[in-house]
Ligand binder design. Structure first.
Ligand code: FHN
Length: 452
């Protein structure tokens, strides 16, 4: 009880801090990015692929997993900042990172069974530690850990084998690099950070790391940036970074979790723990939804990184309904897991993913390859669309007669997806009413297939 209260409090505080940061971010002018950017043919194909894929696994794995939140439900990958751990002390963590049970084949098979089509993994989170063999910094998994293997390479090889796309999360914010200076809103108050630094050197370093990620691991899905919100006024040299990425891999999709309308050069727009246009977390101030492919990311409990005491797991019903609603907005769901220090995925997460995968085996046709439907997600559910077929997903069954508002065309046929029996309906001047007897109701999603 106490734990969940403190975690709520923490998340409220984080919300407040981020809301403040975002408010100040609204005050600054246009960030210069890749002006005049024209996506390549390959990039446009990848965008189509992305929109069809609908479901991916987000992986937050870094040195913080070993502290597992330190017994605090609200802390995981932010523990260095939140507990003000001096750099010298934090640097001890890699010394005992030895995930002997890491089995990429197992991870990727799990992803496939869950019905997920891609993985986005933290190549470097805010802690500044590279989970791959970086030549421009020895603060990486190969040089500093007893494990000594390139985790990103191992995962990429397996993804290639099993036909899963891999995206790299990359934190622009860095609590470890001395040249990340002047510091931003976070990363204050712990020792070991020099009071001077050369910002441009930091950006050079970041671009060098991105170059490694885009040249040493074959074709990647794209780069998932995070952390610009830490320092809005900094000269991020986004134009250069985005052009570099698109030069190295024109097909790679760039997205940035800056919580603002996408900048030129970005290929998809993401939302953190909110459906497109919604703002329950305080991140999405503008509410603006672009025409780019969309993605929403969400946790399975309350934490991104592994947290030992956060047992607030969302039900499979809640997660599936989130996936369905996201699809109703035309967005993907990137669902997160924080692997344990052993390299195993938390068993609770595996169980959840297997249930989700079973549902998708049966109903995936109404999700994959669809686009947002004619009825915007609302209290009763959502709609998806593929060609002349609209799928109405009734998530909250209220009444036998469901009023769905106006549809763009006359209905040719309406049936229950499950048994293909006809659905009675009436088209009125105000909209369509569909009759759904209680006997047809499904606990997660009652799907109607409408042809127009
Ligand atoms: O600070 C990060 C957080 O640790 C996590 O990576 C999430 C994922 O969307 N993004 C940031 C907060 O906006």
């Amino acid at each position: 009880m106490q734990d969940s209260q403190s975690s709520k409090l923490k998340s409220m505080n984080v919300k407040k801090v981020l809301a403040g940061l975002l408010f100040s971010s609204l005050l600054i002018g246009n960030v210069s990015a890749q002006q005049g950017y024209q996506p390549s043919e390959k990039n446009l194909q990848n965008r189509e692929w992305f929109q069809n894929a609908k479901f991916g696994l987000f992986i937050h794995w870094g040195m913080y997993c070993q502290l597992a939140g330190g017994g605090n439900q609200g802390i995981a990958e932010w523990i260095m900042n939140d507990r003000k751990i001096p750099i010298k002390q934090y640097e001890k963590l890699p010394g005992f990172f030895n995930p002997v049970s890491f089995n990429p084949a197992e991870w990727v098979s799990m992803v496939k069974k869950a019905g997920m089509k891609y993985i986005t993994i933290t190549s470097k989170h805010h802690e500044g530690f590279a989970m791959y063999d970086s030549k421009v910094s020895d603060y990486n998994v190969v040089k500093r850990t007893p494990y000594g293997k390139d985790i990103i390479k191992m995962l990429k090889d397996e993804c290639d084998k099993q036909g899963i796309k891999l995206f790299f999360y990359y934190s622009q914010l860095d609590w470890h690099h001395p040249d990340y200076f002047p510091r931003g809103n976070t990363g204050q108050g712990f020792t070991g950070r020099p009071e001077k630094g050369d910002w441009n050197k930091y950006i050079d370093y970041m671009n060098a790391q991105l170059t490694e990620l885009l040249t040493n691991y074959g074709e990647v899905g794209g780069i998932w940036f995070d952390g610009m919100w830490d320092k809005w006024d900094a000269p991020w040299r986004l134009d250069e970074t985005y052009a570099l990425i698109h030069k190295l891999q024109p097909g790679a999709m760039i997205g940035s979790n800056h919580h603002k309308f996408p900048f030129p050069g970005e290929d998809f727009q993401m939302y953190e723990r909110d459906l497109p246009g919604e703002n329950s977390m305080g991140f999405n101030h503008t509410g603006a939804v672009s025409d780019l492919p969309l993605e929403m990311c969400e946790t399975m409990n309350g934490s991104w990184g592994f947290n030992l005491v956060d047992t607030g797991y969302k039900s499979t019903k809640q997660l599936l309904q989130t996936l369905i609603k996201a699809s109703g907005y035309g967005a993907n769901l990137l669902l997160n897991t924080g692997p344990m220090p052993s390299g195993k995925i938390q068993p609770e997460n595996v169980d959840t993913l297997m249930v989700v995968g079973k549902w998708l085996d049966k109903y995936g046709e109404t999700i994959y390859g669809t686009r947002k439907g004619p009825v915007k997600p609302t209290t009763w559910g959502a709609s998806t669309q593929k060609g002349s077929i609209t799928y109405l997903h009734v998530l909250n069954y209220g009444d036998e007669n469901l009023f769905v508002g106006k549809l763009p065309k006359k209905i040719k046929s309406a049936k229950f997806y499950d048994d293909k029996t006809p659905v009675k309906f009436k088209e009125t001047e105000y909209g369509v009413i569909l009759n759904i007897p209680a006997s047809k109701k499904k606990s997660i999603d009652t799907i109607l297939e409408i042809e127009m």
